[in-house]
Write a protein that binds this ligand. Structure first.
Ligand code: F3S
Length: 260
């Protein structure tokens, strides 16, 4: 069987969003021609510009292998990780050029670097750690493979902020926790080692939390790790209503019950 090699251009046009709020009156797009290298990613093209053409270009990255979530950007009209997005794939999708924008609907600090403060504050607000009522075990809290499967998908989140940036309820509701914090709440509610499920539901069973999700599904489409945040949020709604009907006291306990 022969493998058909596609003809690639000698160089690719990269269009990058530029904006420094401290000196620029308005954002602009800068264009650069980047020499083609087989296997190159969008992050590689940004490095080419940084090292050879314009050392002032600002972008975030760390692991370069889709684990840290730092290089989430809006690339050719979709939320993607720059380190995992092959330029060849963009061409195969029908794009003639590469266009890189910062995560939409987040304040720009500089160029492709956005302010994630609200995202991280919301994550911290849901107490993203295990809460147990029993004495600590000698080594660790063990979990069966079957129980681990209940949370596997959600543990895979790399906190890149793509879902948060894509959600209209986040854009319009300054208090809304957003799909990531809610999905991560479900991650702990569904974790059989955690003892504070109903206190967690009390944190998010309100207008700041799950009730504000209007099942738009943008978050699911934006997630580079194929996590279904909407299913998790539906789970929160279902469980919260059940706890309310039972008159759960723990629902009212609030954040204090979750402090370490
Ligand atoms: Fe937003 Fe996702 Fe709900 S896009 S409205 S959190 S389904």
């Amino acid at each position: 069987m022969s493998i058909e090699m596609k003809q690639r251009p000698e160089k690719i046009r990269l269009n990058v969003y530029r904006f420094d709020p401290e000196v620029d009156k308005a954002p602009r797009i800068d264009s650069f021609d980047v020499p083609w290298v087989d296997g190159m990613t969008v992050l590689d093209t940004l490095f080419y510009v940084l090292e050879k053409r314009d050392g002032s270009l600002a972008f975030r990255y760390s692991c370069r292998e889709g684990i840290c979530g730092a290089c989430a950007m809006y690339i050719n009209g979709s939320h993607r990780l720059a380190c995992e997005t092959q330029v060849a794939r963009l061409l195969d999708e029908g794009h003639a050029e590469v266009r890189v924008m910062p995560l939409p609907h987040l304040p720009v600090i500089k160029d492709l670097v956005v302010d994630m403060t609200r995202f991280w504050e919301n994550y911290e607000a849901i107490a993203p750690w295990i809460v147990t009522r029993s004495a600590d075990p000698e080594k660790e809290h063990l979990q069966s493979p079957e129980d681990r499967k209940l949370v596997d998908e959600y543990v895979g989140c790399i906190l890149c902020g793509s879902c948060f940036s894509s959600c209209p309820s986040v854009w319009t509701g300054k208090e809304y926790l957003g799909p990531n914090a809610l999905m991560k709440t479900w991650r702990w509610v569904a974790d059989t080692r955690d003892s504070a499920a109903e206190e967690r539901l009390g944190l998010v069973g309100n207008e700041r939390g799950a009730w504000r999700c209007h099942t738009v599904f943008n978050c699911v489409e934006a997630c580079p790790k194929d996590i279904n945040q909407t299913t998790a949020i539906q789970g929160l709604k279902r469980r919260t209503v059940g706890a309310m009907l039972r008159g759960s006291k723990a629902l009212k306990a609030g954040r204090k019950a979750l402090e370490r």
